[in-house]
Design a protein. Structure first.
Length: 354
């Protein structure tokens, strides 16, 4: 008889960006937080950080200051879902064993903001806060559900597994790790597809609810797939040139944040963008598991942000995120090659040199 215990690394979910911030509070508690599939022992604990303010702007600032920090960016919500599983091996023959009594638990830990409205709260703020409580909890519950589903898959795959006693534990461990790796990729794809919850309605104070077809959120800070570079020129001139910059690389601006001097394009492409094959721009892995970028529909989210460093010098930050959507299979988070980011940078340099 043998006993093996494994732990899954925490899955981290960032709920929203700084420019369009999501929000949430403690009551009423969303039932989705405590839902787990049969065969999985689940527990969800919520850690609240208190924010204060009487206006939309004050609450945004407090959440940005106090919210979870991930990769040098500030978020208002975060989910960690460590997983632990055990099993017993039982002899069923001279050299054969089977896996018995598979037990798996998920201990989800969700961080959310909590706010008590003051007497002189800005009109509409309390209702807006309440509306987004459920939205953010629903998004974070989605991260928890991905881990819980992976846990159920581990239980189902390992229960009754049999083989040589000398190999059975290794085989079971490999199966479990494969499921864990897929779940980690699915967590990232979930954030990219939902735009960190914005398609689920977590844009606090923006008075809009994004759908899967509306423009991508403009990101204020460097993220994976980001290129930042220095250019000589004025902010006013660079900002005015951005429509031509995007057109030069076969993109079209469909989202603008003039306050942050950020623009973006969200599109679904197959095979090519202009004359460039998608595989030149992003890496979605190789068939059959990864699905080459040129052979499936790919949702791309491109953003650019301009910042003044000196009166006649600016920084340009370009970010490309992509999710492949193969038919009949889970979405695949792709990696940018940096080519599109560099082309945007070069296009702006040409515009400023005229």
């Amino acid at each position: 008889m043998g006993l093996l215990s494994q732990r899954m690394a925490p899955a981290v979910a960032a709920a929203a960006s700084f420019l369009i911030i999501a929000s949430c509070a403690s009551a009423p508690r969303n039932k989705a937080l405590d839902s787990y599939p049969a065969g999985v022992i689940g527990r969800t604990s919520v850690l609240y950080y208190d924010v204060h303010g009487r206006t939309f702007a004050e609450l945004r600032a407090d959440m940005h200051r106090l919210g979870p920090k991930v990769a040098d960016s500030s978020f208002v919500g975060e989910t960690r879902s460590p997983m632990r599983w055990t099993w017993r091996t039982e002899s069923i023959g001279p050299s054969s064993c089977a896996i018995r009594d598979v037990t798996l638990s998920v201990n989800a830990q969700i961080t959310l903001p909590r706010w008590t409205p003051p007497a002189d709260t800005e009109p509409g703020l309390a209702a807006e806060w309440t509306r987004f409580i459920t939205a953010l909890e629903t998004h974070e519950a989605g991260h928890k559900d991905i881990s819980a589903k992976a846990g159920r898959d581990i239980v189902e795959r390992l229960r009754g597994l049999s083989g040589l006693c000398s190999l059975i534990s290794t085989r079971a461990s490999d199966l479990a790790r494969d499921i864990v790796d897929r779940a980690a990729a699915e967590q990232k794809a979930y954030d990219a597809t939902t735009r960190h919850g914005l398609t689920q309605g977590t844009s606090f104070g923006a008075r809009i609810v994004l759908s899967a077809t509306t423009p991508f959120t403009l990101l204020p800070a460097p993220r994976p797939g980001t290129l930042r570079g220095f250019l000589p020129g004025t902010l006013e001139r660079a900002w005015g040139a951005m429509p031509g910059v995007y057109a030069a690389v076969d993109l079209a601006i469909d989202a603008t944040d003039s306050t942050a001097h950020a623009v973006g394009d969200s599109l679904t492409a197959r095979g090519k963008i202009g004359a460039s094959s998608l595989s030149e721009l992003i890496d979605c892995g190789t068939p059959p598991m990864g699905r080459n970028a040129d052979s499936v529909d790919v949702a791309l989210f491109v953003t650019s942000r301009l910042e003044v460093r000196e009166p006649s010098n600016i920084w340009m930050t370009n970010t490309v995120q992509a999710v492949a959507r193969p038919t009949g299979a889970p979405p695949i988070l792709c990696r940018s090659s940096g080519a599109l980011e560099r082309r945007l940078f070069a296009a702006l340099r040409r515009e400023l040199a005229r």
